[in-house]
Design a protein around this ligand. Structure first.
Ligand code: PEP
Ligand code: MG
Length: 313
């Protein structure tokens, strides 16, 4: 009930035994940022910067970018914000990047792959992010989308650190990144799992194709097992791993993700209260049991059932 949600969640996410799980909001505009802080978000785990420039016909100048980022960062003064560098591609075109049409856009030159071809665009963006953070007092990290190899992570981390970003991370959206998590995490300070893309690449099912929705279910055991192995690698390295895909907003799955080793959850602001309430209902050891049971299931329905059964026993 709403009353229970209000009493259980006071703005700092934690399991019933007091293990913190940061509850963060996904944002793409100053309006989103204001909504997030009003909803009690502890910060933002995903600022989709490409949303600021969907109509830009030419590359925004560094100062125009600074203004756009500062407007989103300002409500988060003193709070953490993970700023994602431009995530565009033929499936998510930014006019000023002139992305070529591709037969398979989801598998094409997108995300960080565009930056390899146009490093100046990345460097100007990083400079604008770092200066906007200094002006607003938001505690930013930067992260790259669509990383597949340790060499890519190292390339991004070097440029981000050269630009003055204190904390650098990568999104885990490809099975390759999840499988090579040890080597990837050695290059950066944290990882954030983009379950929307990781689900579509794990089951090779286009996330935009409604007929394939069952394969894109974030309860697919294959996805949970990849996240499990990533959570173990992160734990071994002592590096935090978050989730910033839609999966984080499912109250039961949120606890399962915490049980798999995820230490922050970033979602639409509207999902925060229900997730905060659900997390607080069980201890971390209980969520771990639920997670183990779910990952061992044969299919998504079985994973949900087993998680519920583990929590009820
Ligand atoms: C994701 O892939 O889960 C993600 C958060 O990024 P986007 O939805 O912007 O692709
Ligand atoms: Mg993505």
């Amino acid at each position: 009930s709403a009353a229970r949600t209000r009493t259980r969640w006071r703005g700092a996410g934690a399991t019933a035994d007091g293990q913190p799980v940061k509850l963060l909001a996904n944002v793409g505009s100053a309006t989103d940022a204001a909504t997030a802080t009003e909803a009690g978000a502890e910060g933002s785990g995903l600022f989709r910067t490409e949303f600021c420039f969907l109509d830009a016909a030419t590359e925004p100048t560094e100062s125009a970018q600074h203004e756009a980022y500062a407007a989103v960062l300002r409500p988060f003064a003193g709070k953490p914000v993970v700023v994602r560098t431009l995530d565009a591609g033929a499936d998510k075109p930014l006019p000023f990047l002139d992305t070529a049409a591709e037969a398979n856009p989801a598998l094409g030159v997108r995300g960080l792959r565009i930056a390899f071809e146009r490093p100046g665009v990345l460097d100007r963006q990083l400079a604008a992010i770092v200066s906007a953070a200094a002006e607003t007092g938001a505690e930013i990290s930067v992260m790259a989308p669509m990383v597949a190899t340790p060499a890519e992570a190292a390339w991004f981390a070097e440029r981000a650190r050269a630009a003055g970003a204190g904390r650098v991370g990568i999104m885990v959206e490809t099975p390759a990144a999840a499988l090579c998590a040890e080597e990837l995490l050695a290059e950066v300070d944290f990882a954030s799992i983009g379950t929307n893309d990781l689900a579509q690449y794990t089951c090779a099912a286009d996330r935009m194709t409604g007929a394939l929705a069952a394969l894109n279910d974030p309860w697919q055991p294959a996805l949970l097992r990849l996240i499990d192995s990533l959570g173990r690698a992160a734990g071994a390295h002592g590096k935090p791993v978050g989730v910033c895909g839609e999966a984080a907003a499912d109250p039961l799955l949120a606890g399962v993700l915490a049980g798999l080793g995820v230490t922050s959850l970033s979602m639409t602001s509207a999902g925060l209260a229900a997730v905060g309430s659900s997390l607080a209902e069980h201890s971390l050891p209980d969520w771990r049991r639920a997670a183990g049971a779910a990952a061992a299931a044969p299919d998504p329905a079985g994973a949900r059932e087993r998680a519920n059964a583990a929590l009820a026993s």
